[in-house]
Design a protein around this ligand. Structure first.
Ligand SMILES: [Zn+2]
Length: 265
């Protein structure tokens, strides 16, 4: 299922794909792409990461533009993403600490969470009743190491109820483009139950994986209801004009797009 709700209209604004349509609610969420900023070259144009080699002034200006559109993104907790399975609990006090982790959760209204990707799967999570939010970064390493399960555990540790947790996966590399070594695909089919359904043969020695489908299975396996899981946005490589894509950039340096979630109050 692919939905592309674009809340923004008019010229010069940043396109935001919403994970949930919650008009009037304090929920703020969105999957950003690469459009709407001022960065140039491989960072064109809405790179929001200070850690990929982009000009700091351009990143500052991109943040300024984004905050003009979503003022609640004042305090955005970020992590130093390392393709692991550690989940950081962000509070107002720790929001600027940026520890090594691939997931962030918070139970504090006013604290927004930002996760950065360029092909890997961004996952946003909420328990809207208890105003608990989470964001995860799941590439193939993270998926194998259990970032999805860690993320759900971190949500429930903060008080989220498994039946109320909703999750949305965002723009990421699709099975159309995610060609890996056959040995890696085999690891998936061995280590993650059911993932054989999400692998198909490619050229000799290669295979294609549907990482988003694998992540969805992991969310289901962790206890989420099927109806509470959605998929938003396209394959980043196919749509590399709209999204940063590591593979679309032939593995060279690239900007990163941010996905964010949190409760404003
Ligand atoms: Zn594709």
């Amino acid at each position: 299922m692919e939905t592309e709700t674009d809340l923004s209209t008019g010229a010069g604004v940043i396109p935001i794909l919403r994970a949930w349509d919650e008009t009037g609610s304090p929920l703020r969420d969105g999957f950003l792409g690469r459009e709407g900023g001022i960065s140039t070259g491989p960072f064109a144009s809405l790179n929001l990461s200070y850690w990929v080699g982009d000009d700091v002034r351009a990143v500052d200006a991109n943040w300024e533009r984004l905050r003009a559109q979503v003022p609640e993104l004042k305090l955005v907790a970020r992590v130093n993403q390392v393709h692991g399975n550690v989940v950081h609990v962000a509070t107002r006090e720790t929001a600027s600490s940026r520890p090594k982790a691939d997931g962030i959760v918070t139970a504090e209204p006013g604290v927004m969470l930002g996760i950065f990707t360029a092909d890997c799967v961004p996952i946003l999570m909420i328990d809207p009743k208890r105003k608990i939010a989470g964001a995860l970064h799941a590439g193939w390493r993270g998926a194998l190491s259990g970032i999805v399960q860690s993320g759900i555990r971190a949500m429930t540790s903060l008080g989220a109820h498994i039946d109320d947790i909703r999750a949305a996966t965002g723009p990421s590399i699709g099975s159309c483009c995610f060609e890996v070594d056959a040995a890696l695909a085999e690891r998936f089919t061995k280590e993650i139950k059911g993932s054989v359904r999400h692998a198909r043969a490619g050229r000799p020695g290669k295979a294609y994986l549907d990482l988003r489908a694998i992540v969805k299975d992991q969310l289901l396996g962790a206890g989420l209801a099927d109806a509470n899981i959605s998929a938003v946005g396209r394959c980043t490589r196919c749509a590399s004009d709209r999204f940063f894509s590591r593979r679309g950039a032939d593995g060279k340096i690239t900007g990163l797009q941010m996905s964010f979630v949190g409760f404003a109050r």
